[in-house]
Design a protein around this ligand. Structure first.
Ligand SMILES: Nc1ncnc2c1ncn2[C@@H]1O[C@H](COP(=O)(O)OP(=O)(O)O)[C@@H](O)[C@H]1O
Ligand SMILES: [Mg+2]
Length: 271
């Protein structure tokens, strides 16, 4: 079974989508086969991976897969190819998913059930979450059992993380599952006192999980606009190293060992 990982933080604009795309790109650069699932009804990742048309496509979409058991198997037809990964895009209809899941039986388990139909060939399934703690995020956390948390290095993140951890704890009790925090990605970090203090706070508050630092780089926005991760982007960007470090750590945590040796500039996955 592939390693499944949700990228979540209910705060908007903290870098979930950016981190999810670039961690997926880094894992691919290390030789991993990645399936990327865009669970955000806003479809930012789908757009950032060049799948705007799929976002606007007629049913069946991810909405039907999650809300209609008969359409569950259609998930296999939603897989799109991207140079670095396979992608299941979000869709305009996903804006109706939240209320629909609230009403449905086993509303938090639909993604897990659907993924069983597609994931055989992948090493990783990466799920980009919406910016709120609702049924869609529950589906992501329940289906993956693992979470990578992007957060800004600002004091507002303290409260956001507290809420997220409370939510995860409640979900664990509700579903009798374990959700493991696999790491915290401080994102868009600048050289300010507040950022320095927050980095220290992260290290202090989360001694048991890795804390990474992705600095503010316009190139991350440009790569996004080009529909790619840093690893398919034309110019080299220093932050690629940090995403490779995250990918290497995930490989270790998920038992892929150090089978792949890679540099940021080239894909030298070798076994
Ligand atoms: N490290 C970074 N440096 C510069 N811009 C970034 C960085 N991370 C994210 N951004 C930009 O910030 C905005 C919000 O990021 P995004 O990944 O969409 O957050 P979320 O998915 O949490 O809403 C986007 O415009 C994105 O391009
Ligand atoms: Mg997003």
């Amino acid at each position: 079974m592939p390693a499944r990982l949700a990228v979540s933080n209910q705060k908007g604009g903290v870098g979930k989508t950016t981190v999810a795309i670039n961690v997926a790109g880094a894992l691919n650069a290390r030789g991993r086969d990645v399936l990327f699932v865009d669970l955000d009804p806003q479809g930012n990742a789908s757009e950032g991976l060049g799948l705007r048309e799929a976002y606007d496509a007629a049913p069946p979409s991810l909405f039907d897969v999650l809300t209609d058991a008969e359409s569950r198997g259609a998930i296999a037809d939603l897989v799109h190819e991207h140079p670095a990964m396979d992608v299941i895009p979000s869709n305009i209809d996903m804006t109706a998913a939240e209320p629909e899941l609230t009403l449905s039986r086993r509303g938090g388990e639909q993604l897990a059930l659907a993924l069983d139909h597609v994931e055989d060939d992948y090493d990783y399934v990466i799920v980009d979450c919406p910016p709120h703690l609702g049924y869609l995020t529950d589906n992501a956390l329940h289906a993956t059992g693992n979470v990578l948390i992007p957060a800004l290095a600002e004091s507002t993140s303290k409260r956001a993380l507290e809420l997220l951890f409370d939510h995860v704890e409640a979900l664990e009790l509700d579903y009798d599952i374990t959700v493991r925090e696999r790491g915290l990605v401080a994102n868009r970090v600048e050289t300010t006192n507040e950022a320095r203090e927050m980095m220290a706070w992260f290290e202090d508050a989360f001694p048991d999980i890795p804390v990474w630092e992705v600095r503010k780089r316009v190139a991350l926005q440009r790569a996004f606009s080009d529909g790619v991760s840093l690893f398919e982007y034309e110019e080299p960007v220093d932050m690629a190293e940090e995403f490779l470090a995250i990918a290497a750590d995930l490989d270790e945590q998920f038992g892929f060992g150090s089978a792949a040796a890679t540099t940021a500039s080239g894909v030298e996955a070798s076994r």
